[in-house]
Design a protein around this ligand. Sequence first.
Ligand code: CP
Length: 304
Amino acid sequence: MPHLIDIAHLSRDDVWSLLDKAEYYLSAILAKNEITRCHAGVAAANLFFESSTRTSNSFQLAEQRHGMLVLNPNLSYSAMNKGESLEDTLCNLEAMGVRLFVVRHPDDLVCQHLSEQLNFGACLMSAGSGMYHHPTQALLDVLTIRQYKGEFSNLSVAVIGDLKHSRVVRSFISVLLLLGATDIRLISPPEWSLSLSADPFYHTSSMKEGVNQADVIMCLRIQKERFDEHESFLPHHYHQQYGLNDNWLTYAKPNAIVMHPGPVNRAVEITDSVADGPQSVILKQVENGVAVRMAAIDFALGYT
Ligand code: CP
């Protein structure tokens, strides 16, 4: 069965089908329609080695709406405390019948490595891996953009903040490129810029330049937990230069949407007035998360 670890493993058609399926699930959820429990009785295990509110709970809701048997092992009480390896833990859960693993881990490569250890055909989905992959976040982000803007090739997308440590931005720009976006501006302090091979992006440290006439503005969380010992950060100083406020928003198109993957650090990355304002779609992103994860589970478990 296909794993979902990296957006690069998906084709444009895969992404478009996933978004269409997510729209179907979203409509059904909002209309309180019966959802075919196509994965009823299939066991899922959610293994979160980092904190999460949105991803962990929306995966659980998605699994429960599919009628799955859901395990959320308390990892601080698992046998890994007695010396069992993560690989053995995974294989033991798979031997019990788990067929879907949802894994969040600080190491970029762990999901790929774990997916290669599975013996009985279970699939593994990344719920955020290190600084590189957050595929279901990227899918819910582009679903949100599609709902408001319809298509991608003529969009100007500005991403602001801590690009260097962000798995969200890496997955987001991968899926944007796949869907045909060409005008992607990356705005950050120079020390948090993103260096990518074959980089087609516009890099700037100027909010005015980067946000100018943008259709979509994505603010990123500052990932302090991924700083090395030489990196530091003054929230007030950052907010003065890069916090999205009503003034910066006036440079974007009047119908620009404002996004943030969460968790939001208010008065650092964004002001209350913008986060809660009429252009914010932050909670719409969250709403889309359950439907996107239902569609992603179908993709992984082979239901179309
Ligand atoms: N966007 C996101 O991954 O949020 P959580 O850390 O709350 O899951």
